[in-house]
Design a protein around this ligand. Sequence first.
Ligand code: 16G
Ligand code: ZN
Length: 547
Amino acid sequence: MSINLRTVYAFAREMYPKNSKETIQYGTAGFRGKAEFLDSVMFRMGVLATLRSRYREGAVIGVMITASHNPEPDNGVKLIDPKGEMLESSWEKIATDLVNVSDQELEQHVGQIIKDNNIDVTSSSYVYVGMDNRYHSPRLLKAVADGVIALKGNVREFGIVTTPMMHFFVVAANTKEAYGKPTEESYYEKLISSFEKLRNGRVENGNYRNSLIYDGANGVGARKMLQFIKRMNNSLAVTVINQGIGTGKINEDCGADHVKVKQRVPVNMPDVEPFTRCVSVDGDADRVVYFYTDDEGQFHLLDGDRIATLVADYLMEQIKRCDLNLRIGLVQTAYANGASTDYIVNELKVPVSCVPTGVKHLHHKALEYDVGVYFEANGHGTIVFSDSAKSLIAEAAKTNEDAKSLLLIIDLINETVGDAISDMLLVETILNHKGWDVKDWSAAYNDLPNLQLKISVQDRNVIKTTDAERVCVEPQGLQEEINKVVANYKRGRSFVRPSGTEDVVRVYAEAATKEDVQQLAYEVGRLVQRLAGGVGPELVNPSNAHL
Ligand code: 16G
Ligand code: ZN
């Protein structure tokens, strides 16, 4: 096979010319931005995925087109490495450089990547592509596919799928073991059969009822849940709202991010009994949070921290029952509610560590344990089992029923990445096992009131942090000022960090009361505006707002 790099240039010039001069960066979530500027990015990512596949000796590389929880006009692209993990960081830099060169430089630049990485361009390559259900996704998918074709690679299109499904397909294609086949049916089969075996016909137990409301964020998670429902034997009665049919826009007033950040129910909530279990996923179904309203109409959130503690508690219990000597650990970020961390340390007595925001940091840390549970407060997370833990559990499962359940949990969980649907089925399994309703689940600890603000500044990168983003080292003096403010609040905690996905600085605050947390967030937000080059209107002091 001979490759003519001219083709790459010709395609780019004719069909995917670069129409934006702004430099963009491969961040925590790949490339993201307004869809109309992404055609050339997508084409080039098709090219890069093909090169990456050849570099990895023909292993399948995944490309997912989605802007996750962002609004409808946005889109984005993420590459998935052969074992289902995020793209290796040295290649993030290659990706960034590749999308930012001009069309004229493209041919030569691609030649350089091939040379620098010693890539055999005549070898075979396989790229899997999937997308969310935004109206511009099919157009962008075609651009990725053309990028692969320009280098004579093999491309397989999966159409509309969730992000975790893409990870599943990539792993299934690259592993020889009985992980599953790289097909939608195989994915459903694996999750549903382990879920139903874990239920063992017992659909209700104690306070646990098997019905729930599912907010699909008008995204792919809604469609796929409808597919799950079709295939489940009534083991779970799910009512899907925000299905993405009609006028509803993806993530608009609904979905996991809306529910978590706004701390309120999504649109189109049916009239349900107080304490009904409800769940929200985000636009590409890799995040999940639970919520309910009590008998006074008060909203309650059960977020990623809450899921992490439930899961860790359950796993500890099962591991103890099987008498297995496995080290379990929990990984959080600075966003984890202080009350959850206290509960983990003082009640669960599980080792807990804090890492910077972004799945790859959590995932990486979780791999240090035999059984690593990681969750971001925003609902993204999973469990990873080491190979030795898996074989110990498999051995024990020959004689022990609890170990058999653990083995089924390994099948139920999508280890490569947080998977909203798989995580939800896991939570349902644990609640059923314990005979718990949402009240029982909430009783473990009370979240400290918390709040997030977005602050616009001239250049968000003037903010530099350390200690898993809990301490700000630049601009100088900002952290000292934050410390002084925080000291005035009971149980006060606050940190600032530049967002990896939006052009803003994020402020997180928590404190003993709702009033305090509003005031604390305001004061820290003002510090950022003053000391880090704030642009836009000054924040309004909440204590003056009532005057
Ligand atoms: C991305 C990350 C997510 C993180 C979020 C933070 C991945 C796959 N996703 O969505 O883990 O919580 O960014 O966004 O790593 P921020 O930097 O804008 O606060
Ligand atoms: Zn997402």
